[in-house]
Design a protein. Structure first.
Length: 125
């Protein structure tokens, strides 16, 4: 009986840790996308898992691509008005965060943001 209690306690502890990781990854994905819609493209690109470092030319290109995406959404949907976190799934090394983009034309789109943990930071894959 005692062994069963210990197993149940460990299972509950691991489940709580998994929930914490999901929450952290999902909240970080949400912050990156909020930076995108606030046109803080440098912060959005800093949230990408690009390896240890990228050269300035590549970083500028990634920021330009993010800007073009936002401009296209403005032209097609009246812009992205808000973003919200729906849920996320997580294991010890990676996560998938499910966000909903809410557009100016009253449409919504769910996006899946794969996340990976590098040290203590969650980054977009």
């Amino acid at each position: 009986m005692r062994r069963l209690s210990v197993i149940l306690m460990l299972t509950a502890l691991l489940a709580c840790n998994g929930q914490k990781e999901r929450d952290e990854a999902g909240e970080q994905a949400l912050r990156y996308y909020q930076a995108l819609i606030e046109e803080r493209y440098d912060d959005f690109v800093k949230g990408m898992d690009t390896g240890k470092s990228i050269d300035d030319e590549y970083r500028i290109e990634l920021e330009a691509n993010a800007r073009l995406f936002v401009e296209r959404q403005q032209a097609e949907h009246g812009g992205i008005r808000s973003v919200r976190l729906v849920s996320s799934k997580c294991d010890s090394l990676s996560s998938q965060s499910f966000l909903v983009l809410c557009f100016g034309d009253s449409t919504n789109e769910q996006v899946v943001v794969p996340m990976v943990k590098r040290g203590t930071r969650w980054l977009m894959k």
